[in-house]
Design a protein. Structure first.
Length: 264
C-alpha cells in the first residue's frame, strides 16, 4: 500500500483535485483488494477526513465503493468490477489470445498467463489453470513488481537500460529471498533474456514457483507477455527449456495473428 499511496501523493499541477481524489481512492482500494477505513484512506492520501468522506459518499451512491456492515471500512464496489470486465472484453489482445492460451495450457499442463506491463508492475489480464492438483493462485488483475517476474523481465528486456531504470521503482522491493534487487544482477538477467529470447524467474515472486515468459511486442506502451509457471519440483532446467520453447511458439503465433488483423 505504501507504493500506491506514494504515487497517489504525487499529484501533477494540471490534475483536477476532485477527480484525482476519486482515482486515488480507487487505486488504494484496488491494491490487493484492500478494505480501508476513512482514517486510513485520509492518512494515505494526506487529505482531511471531512473532505474525503463526501467523496466516499458519492462513490458509494454510484456503486464504485462499498462499505462494510459496521460502516467503517471501504472496498471496491460492483461498478469497479463491471468497468474492469468491460476493459478485458474490449481488449483485442485478450480476446485474440484465448485460443493460444488454451493450446499452450493443454500442451504444457501448467498455468498459463497473459500479462501487461504497467509502470513498474505487471498486471495479469488472462489465465489458464494447471491441470495438476498442486498449483499456484493468481487472479486476473493481480499486480506484481516487474523485476521479480519472468513476464516483467521479458518485457523490460525490450527497453534500453536507461528506460528500464526510469520505469522501475528504486530501490527494488524484495518479494522472496530469491528476488533479484541488485541493479547489476537485474541488468545481467535482462541481457540474458534478450540473447535467448525468453526470461525466467525461479522463486523470485513466489517461493518454490518457476516461471518462463516471452514478450509479444504489442503496441501497448509497456507491452504484453505470455508466461507459463509451475512448482519448481515439476520444472527442472530441462523441462523449463522445453516449456520456454512452447511459450515462444505461442507468443509467435499470437503476434502473427495480431499483425495479420492489424492489431499490432
Amino acid at each position: 500500500m505504501e507504493s500506491v499511496a506514494a504515487a497517489a501523493g504525487e499529484r501533477r499541477p494540471e490534475e483536477v483535485k476532485s477527480a484525482a481524489r476519486v482515482l486515488e481512492v480507487l487505486e488504494l482500494l484496488g491494491a490487493d483488494g484492500a478494505k480501508l477505513s476513512l482514517a486510513e484512506l485520509a492518512g494515505s492520501m494526506r487529505v482531511p477526513k471531512s473532505s474525503l468522506h463526501a467523496v466516499l459518499r458519492t462513490m458509494q451512491a454510484r456503486g464504485w465503493v462499498d462499505v462494510d456492515a459496521q460502516g467503517t471500512r471501504y472496498g471496491l464496489g460492483l461498478k469497479a468490477l463491471m468497468t474492469g470486465t468491460a476493459y478485458l472484453e474490449g481488449d483485442d489482445v485478450v480476446s485474440l489470445a484465448g485460443p493460444v492460451l488454451d493450446a499452450l495450457a493443454e500442451e504444457t499442463g501448467e498455468a498459463v498467463h497473459l500479462t501487461r506491463l504497467s509502470g513498474a508492475d505487471v498486471v495479469q489480464l488472462a489465465k489458464r489453470e494447471s491441470r495438476h492438483a498442486l498449483r499456484m493462485y493468481a487472479p486476473v488483475g493481480h499486480r506484481v513488481p516487474a523485476h521479480a517476474t519472468a513476464p516483467g523481465k521479458a518485457m523490460l528486456a525490450r527497453f534500453e537500460p536507461g528506460e528500464v531504470d526510469r520505469r522501475l521503482s528504486w530501490p527494488l522491493p524484495r518479494l522472496t529471498l530469491d528476488t533479484v534487487t541488485d541493479p547489476a544482477a537485474l541488468a545481467a538477467q535482462l541481457a540474458e533474456a534478450r540473447l535467448r529470447g525468453w526470461a525466467q524467474d525461479n522463486g523470485e515472486s513466489s517461493p518454490g514457483v518457476r516461471c518462463v515468459a516471452v514478450a509479444l511486442g504489442t503496441d501497448h506502451q509497456g507491452g504484453d507477455a505470455i508466461s507459463c509457471s509451475g512448482p519448481a519440483t515439476r520444472m527442472d532446467d530441462r523441462r523449463t527449456e522445453e516449456i520456454a520453447l512452447a511459450v515462444a511458439e505461442a507468443a509467435h503465433s499470437l503476434h502473427t495473428l495480431l499483425k495479420r488483423l492489424g492489431q499490432h
